[in-house]
Every structure is written in structure tokens, then in C-alpha cells.
Design a protein around this ligand. Structure first.
Ligand SMILES: Nc1ncnc2c1ncn2[C@@H]1O[C@H](COP(=O)(O)OP(=O)(O)OP(=O)(O)O)[C@@H](O)[C@H]1O
Ligand SMILES: [Mg+2]
Length: 237
């Protein structure tokens, strides 16, 4: 485990990560050596054109997929070397995911959706029902706790997804286009919810986005182009 000159340890560290996938007889190089460090409490945005590899990178950083080469560390743990069962544990404890299309369980209420990751935890840190109710309240969904996803608006569903992602108080929240599928108003509400919750919990956030309003809320914005991060200076050139 390394730290920067100030003794900080990154919550997330990617070192020279590559991803190649076969496409017929060819190999597509989706990520071409991506390195980045994100420190505790930071809010980092990742922008870049469609097809530049943002979702792929987020998936690797969250342990949903393995890199072809390179390394990803979460809280000092090299996740590319873990067994599937240990990886599932690390994901449950340390990483919250917010997807573009919410991915809530349709048959469960908002409350039950948020309780799920706490119930799955090997050593739960919270009382599932109490914690889920608290988070939904924090996200302005006190009156919708017993609604099922199809009884909620898109913005409300996304806030439930944010509550679910935060259920086990993970040190890292990864979000892929959290406002990408919402209208302007709903997007605003979700953005504010994300900012409020981040302030309240101090969770480190990495957000992939096309939305300049999301990018504005970040401490740093990185640009991905053809599977490589631009250097900061290039990104603002
Ligand atoms: N399973 C796969 N097999 C082959 N190529 C893939 C696969 N998944 C993604 N790709 C390719 O990898 C590249 C990056 O895809 P990715 O989904 O990471 O882009 P993105 O930056 O998230 O784009 P968008 O902004 O449209 O969501 C694309 O060119 C895509 O076609
Ligand atoms: Mg994408």
C-alpha cells in the first residue's frame, strides 16, 4: 500500500489498467493503460465521448470485471487477485454502485431494496430496516418507502438506488451516468441528493457523466479519450 506525500492512502488506485476484448479475429483495446488515484472524501468526475471506455473503467474499478493487465486497489486491497467469493464481500462492504437504469428489484418496495445489501453483508454494520428508513428519509423519500419501483418516478427510483448504494456505508461510491436517464428537473433533484448525502457521509465519489452540471459539482474532472486518460493540462487545453 502506498500513500502520497501527505501520508494519505488512496481509497481507489488503478495502475496501468488495460482491457482487451476479442471481436471476431481482432482484439479491441478498450482501455490502454489507465492510472489514477482517488483520495478519501474526494469527488471525481470522469467525462469523455461515447465509446471512450468510461463504463468499462468503472466496472473494473468496482470489481464487476477484471482487467487484462494492471491492478485495481480498493482501500489498499488488490481486487484483481481476489477469489469470486471474497470479491463479492469486498464489493458489498466497500463499494456502492449507482447505474444509469437504476437496477432496482421490481418486486420489492423501496425500503426492501435498500435493506437488501445490509442483509447480504457477512457482518452487517446496521439494523437493516432502521438504516434503510434513515437513508430514504435523508434522500427525501420518507413518504415513498413502501412503494415499489413502478410506483416511483425515475428521479425517485434513482434516489432509492443511491440509498441502496450507501446502505453499508461504503468508503467508495461509483456512479455511471446517474442523471443520464432523467429529465432536467428529476436530474437536479438527484444531483442535489447526491451532493447532500456526500456532504453528510463524506463518502468518496467517482461519477461517470455526460452532464456538465454533475461535472461542476466535482473536485476534479478526468477526461477519457480512446481508452486513455488525458493529462489534466491537455483536458483543459
Ligand atoms: N463486451 C464487449 N465486447 C467488445 N467490445 C466492447 C464490449 N463492451 C464494450 N465494448 C467496446 O468498448 C468501448 C468502450 O465501451 P464503454 O461502454 O466502456 O464506453 P462508454 O465510454 O461508457 O460509452 P457511453 O458514453 O456510450 O456509455 C466501445 O467501443 C464498445 O463498443
Ligand atoms: Mg457508458
Amino acid at each position: 500500500m502506498t500513500s502520497d506525500g501527505f501520508g494519505r492512502t488512496p481509497v481507489l488506485r488503478a495502475v496501468n489498467v488495460t482491457k482487451e476484448l476479442p471481436l471476431g479475429a481482432e482484439v479491441v483495446r478498450i482501455l490502454r493503460g489507465v492510472s489514477l488515484e482517488v483520495y478519501k472524501g474526494e469527488r471525481v468526475g470522469i467525462i469523455g465521448p461515447s465509446g471512450s471506455g468510461k463504463t468499462t473503467l468503472l466496472g473494473l474499478m468496482g470489481g464487476l470485471d477484471k482487467p487484462t493487465s494492471g491492478m485495481v486497489e480498493i482501500d489498499g486491497i488488490d481486487i484483481s487477485r481476489l477469489s469470486e467469493s471474497r470479491l463479492a464481500e469486498v464489493r458489498n462492504e466497500k463499494i456502492g454502485f449507482v447505474f444509469q437504469f437504476f437496477n432496482l428489484v421490481p418486486t420489492l418496495t423501496a425500503l426492501e431494496n435498500v435493506m437488501l445489501p445490509i442483509e447480504f453483508a457477512r457482518k452487517p454494520k446496521f439494523h437493516p430496516r432502521r438504516r434503510a428508513a434513515e437513508l430514504l428519509d435523508l434522500l427525501g423519500l420518507k413518504d415513498q418507502m413502501h412503494h415499489r419501483p413502478n410506483q416511483l418516478s425515475g428521479g425517485q427510483q434513482q434516489r432509492v438506488a443511491i440509498a441502496r448504494a450507501l446502505a453499508n456505508n461504503p468508503p467508495l461510491l461509483l456512479a455511471d451516468e446517474p442523471t443520464g436517464n432523467l429529465d432536467t428537473e428529476a436530474g437536479k433533484v438527484v444531483l442535489k441528493a447526491l451532493a447532500d448525502v456526500q456532504r453528510e457521509t463524506g463518502t468518496t465519489v467517482v461519477v461517470v457523466t455526460h452532464d456538465p452540471r454533475v461535472a461542476e459539482q466535482m473536485d476534479r474532472v478526468l477526461t477519457l479519450l480512446d481508452g486513455q486518460l488525458l493529462r489534466q493540462a491537455e483536458a483543459f487545453a
